[in-house]
Design a protein around this ligand. Structure first.
Ligand SMILES: [Zn+2]
Length: 322
């Protein structure tokens, strides 16, 4: 693997060069993106806040700033496991962020077979209402959104299954099990969010993928990375690619606040037999967004964006014709 060797060599050269050394767990952002075919577009080096922009033909544009907990990839926030560092005037990222974020987004390999069958998972249902708004429950708007996504994807020729019928209870492990039963190529769980009591202003869109081994889940503020591996971790690269495409389309369609591509060890993602994500399509607790989610037109926007993101992902991993 020439990429890995090149990075190891650059890390070795660096450690020989001076006292302020690159930690073995970090890589230089610019150098590592060059290995992936991107080049530096601009760098602003200040005394305090360093920032860099990288991109190139056929590659997304990445913007990074020192100490930030995320990078922007084509303007979409992707949360990192460790904040961006600065060493000798150049930005660094954790090696695990390089492996699990940068490589998948800058280097796409084709799948062996095309994406055809998609399982949509409307959150909650039956005796579990999910988050509650004065006028509706999360389970109802999640199902309505999923039905709209199904229609949009079927129009594009995908075969689509839902994990639950209109208002049925379904426990969490049963959902990925249905993905296995249906022979899913992709799994998308659809939810709406809620903030703490009395918070009526937090809003925005989040797309989650399963936390890779060695990374921190986004909502876990402190503590150690979880190193255990789940069946769903076989698809870490695909999960990131799918999450990024869907998040990008959701933001463009709704103009909602970008709360980022995030990571969590959600039960519905852990045992998936295929790539999968979980979407939080806005806050029912927000006065403004909560009212929007109650409208069919907003849910249609969310649904079309999810379908567009899925379709874009499917095209990006389409098998190469021989
Ligand atoms: Zn939910």
């Amino acid at each position: 693997m020439p990429r890995v060797r090149a990075i190891l060599i650059s890390a070795l050269l660096l450690s020989a060069a001076g006292a302020a050394e690159l930690r073995a767990v970090d890589v230089y952002l610019g150098d590592s993106l060059r290995q992936l075919g991107a080049s530096g577009l601009a760098a602003q080096k200040g005394d305090r806040a360093g920032s860099e922009r990288h991109g190139g033909a056929g590659k997304p544009t990445l913007y990074a700033e020192r100490d930030r907990d995320h990078v922007l990839v084509d303007g979409v926030k992707v949360m990192l496991s460790e904040p961006v560092g600065l060493l000798k005037g150049k930005l660094t990222v954790a090696r695990v962020d390089y492996d699990k974020v940068l490589v998948p987004l800058f280097w796409r390999q084709a799948e062996r077979r095309p994406v055809r069958r998609i399982v949509l998972d409307p959150g909650h249902g039956g005796s579990d209402p999910g988050k509650q708004h004065a006028k509706y429950n999360e389970k109802t708007v999640a199902f309505d959104t999923a039905a709209r996504v199904k229609a949009a994807l079927e129009k594009q020729g995908f075969e689509v299954f839902l994990t639950r019928s209109k208002d049925a209870s379904l426990d969490l492990p049963a959902r990925p099990a249905l993905a296995t039963k249906f022979g899913a190529d992709l799994f998308v769980s659809i939810h709406y969010n809620s903030a703490g009591t009395n918070d009526t202003t937090s809003e925005g869109i989040e797309t989650y993928c399963l936390t890779p081994p060695g990374m921190r889940s986004t909502n876990v503020a402190k503590g150690r990375a979880d190193v255990s591996s789940e069946p769903g971790n076989r698809f870490d690269a695909r999960n990131m690619q799918l999450a990024w495409s869907v998040q990008r389309h959701l933001l463009a369609a709704t103009r909602g606040e970008d709360r980022g591509v995030r990571r969590a060890r959600f039960a519905v993602l852990r045992t998936l037999p295929c790539p999968g994500i979980l979407i939080e399509g806005g806050f029912v607790s927000s006065r403004r967004e909560g009212a929007l989610i109650g409208t069919p037109s907003y849910r249609q926007q969310v649904a079309e964006a999810i379908a567009a993101g899925v379709a874009e992902y499917a095209r990006s991993v389409q098998p190469v014709a021989r």
